[in-house]
Design a protein. Structure first.
Length: 252
């Protein structure tokens, strides 16, 4: 299996040691999922934002959008490329998971079955993000109304797929590490409207104007023996009223 090349220099992810687990939770059959106690969902503690999905089994690897086909969802050594940055956004009771590299969403390649592979698609789906019952900061990412969760099985190379959440395996646990993205910040800035404001100014009113027009019509020239002309005279008068205040000397 060929690996996905990083888009920038490789870095390591620091992580705390996983708390030992004496036993795994009892297996809940798929037919009994509706009667099982509801897990603590990620929307109680996980804010929408940009994260790296880091493997709890191998803290130096993370969920990666393949650099070869820009479609396959794989696990690959951690780096600072946009193809390892995922935007979690509330979608109903769950979250859509969107790649910052090309804007595609993590979804299934085919049906909801054991071992189903995942791809990046233009169509978002909602994933249940569940907090682990044993250790803070650890999550399971599950297809809704099913027992199938993100898994990076040993011996499968870089392939990430869906597997039943039981029995317990650390390959099915993930740390969501918040990150900042220049591309995301630029997109947010481009969506921001900027306004320039100034102190209001008091406009000085113009002096009132009064205009009158008088028209005089002389028809004497139209009478018998006249010169046959009619004279119309219009007189327009404009009056401007202004008030000047003069203060007496010595008056403040």
């Amino acid at each position: 299996m060929s690996a996905s090349p990083p888009y920038s220099s490789e870095i390591s992810f620091a992580t705390a040691m996983t708390t030992p687990r004496a036993t795994s939770p009892p297996i809940v059959q798929e037919s009994d999922m509706s009667n099982a106690a509801s897990p603590r969902t990620g929307d109680q503690v996980l804010p929408s934002g940009i994260y790296r999905i880091v493997s709890d089994h191998d803290p130096n690897s993370a969920i990666d959008l393949s650099g070869y086909d820009k479609k396959s969802i794989i696990a690959y050594g951690g780096h600072d490329g946009e193809n390892q940055k995922w935007e979690f956004t509330r979608l109903g009771p769950g979250f859509s998971i969107r790649s910052l590299f090309n804007g595609a969403y993590i979804t299934l390649e085919s049906g909801i079955i054991e071992g189903a592979t995942m791809i990046a698609s233009a169509y978002p789906v909602s994933w249940a993000v569940e907090v682990d019952d044993f250790e803070a900061g650890i999550y399971r990412i599950r297809w809704p109304n099913s027992p199938f969760i993100f898994d990076w099985p040993e011996g499968t190379g870089h392939i990430v797929q869906l597997c039943n959440r039981y029995p317990f395996k650390t390959t099915r646990l993930w740390r969501l590490v918040p990150v900042k993205s220049d591309a995301h910040l630029k997109r947010m800035k481009s969506d921001t409207l900027e306004f320039t404001t100034s102190m209001p100014q008091k406009l000085k009113p113009e002096p009132p104007l009064i205009t009158t027009a008088d028209t005089v019509i002389d028809v004497e020239g139209l009478k018998l023996g006249g010169n046959g002309e009619m004279s119309i005279t219009t007189t327009t008068t404009t009056v401007t009223t202004s008030v000047t205040v003069v203060k007496r000397l010595g008056t403040p």
